[in-house]
Design a protein around this ligand. Structure first.
Ligand code: ZN
Length: 304
């Protein structure tokens, strides 16, 4: 218990610095340390461990009604090459013992979502979360995040959401007029408080993530269509990491879990890992494109 109390005190100190200060008596404010603790627990770290890496906790309560809260939480990325923030949507319900927090990567999220009032989670969002959890399967049905028929450069082949660590779920892309578009229809959320990171949850069971966006939209669960504008490629790092040149860090999850791109077909290209992160290649029929070469986006439904 003493250790738990110390953890809570460290969290409170961290949050006092990192969070906007709503009135302390509000239930939503009281939820924030519980959300932070849930995120740190999922990453098997502590507030002091995170701070030692130069990282911070962001908890952004977007909606609240009575004993319920919904929002986005982030553990910012360390300032190293390829690192990207850990980000979750969360749902919280106040109980007699404090807050019950469910992160969207957790098994309890769907069940809690089903019980949330529609003032906190709309019927459409509940349907999207349920469909996403139910339908995860190949083929991906995803396009590359730019216009169909247009070619962009693959400046980084398959690598992890945060660089080296597997699974290698991400590619770095740039080109054209830098306008990054939704890879498929779904519901979109902005993740970092300062923007620049968008998550789209697709009904077909896949989830796509976009980081380093500039002049981005800030959707809060809004329905989004294939090809809708999200933002521009850039070197922005609104919640940590680093980027050496303009690009979008485009990543896929199966359901809510990072998954390797290796063998997946997106935009008509089947991605293959190399021996190192950021190497690898993609194939379309008999064409092979390596890192530094261009990928024409064939859209979501090309049989390849
Ligand atoms: Zn990347």
């Amino acid at each position: 218990m003493a250790r738990l109390r110390r953890t809570a005190a460290a969290l409170a100190a961290l949050l006092a610095v990192g969070l906007t200060p709503p009135a302390a008596a509000e239930p939503a404010a009281a939820a924030e340390p519980a959300v932070a603790e849930a995120m740190l627990t999922e990453r098997a770290t502590t507030a002091t461990g995170l701070a030692a890496q130069g990282r911070t906790v962001e908890v952004d309560v977007r909606r609240r009604d009575g004993d319920w809260v919904f929002g986005s939480g982030v553990l910012t990325a360390p300032p190293v090459h390829g690192a990207a923030p850990d980000a979750w949507l969360f749902l919280g319900r106040r109980t007699g013992n404090g807050w019950q927090i469910a992160l969207d990567t957790g098994a309890g999220f769907a069940a809690l979502a089903a019980r949330a009032p529609e003032s906190v989670l709309s019927l459409g969002e509940k349907e999207t979360f349920a469909a996403n959890a139910r339908n995860a399967a190949a083929p991906t049905g995803l396009a590359l995040p730019y216009p169909t028929g247009v070619s962009w450069t693959m400046i980084g082949g398959p690598h992890g959401w945060s660089g080296q660590p597997r699974p290698w779920s991400s590619v770095d892309l740039n080109g054209g007029d830098r306008r990054v578009l939704a890879g498929q229809s779904g519901r979109a959320y902005w993740m970092c408080r300062n923007g620049g990171h968008i998550r789209i949850i697709h009904d077909n069971g896949w989830t796509t993530e976009y980081y380093h966006l500039l002049d981005e939209i800030k959707p809060d669960g809004a329905p989004i269509k294939l090809g809708d504008y999200l933002g521009l490629t850039s070197t922005r790092i609104p919640c940590g990491g680093s980027a050496g040149s303009n690009h979008v860090h485009y990543a896929v999850k199966k359901g809510t879990a990072w998954t390797a791109l290796n063998g997946l077909t997106i935009g008509g290209w089947t991605f293959r890992e190399g021996s190192r992160a950021y190497s690898g290649y993609a194939t379309h029929q008999t064409v092979r494109r390596n890192v530094g070469q261009q990928l024409t986006n064939y859209g979501p439904d090309d049989p390849g």
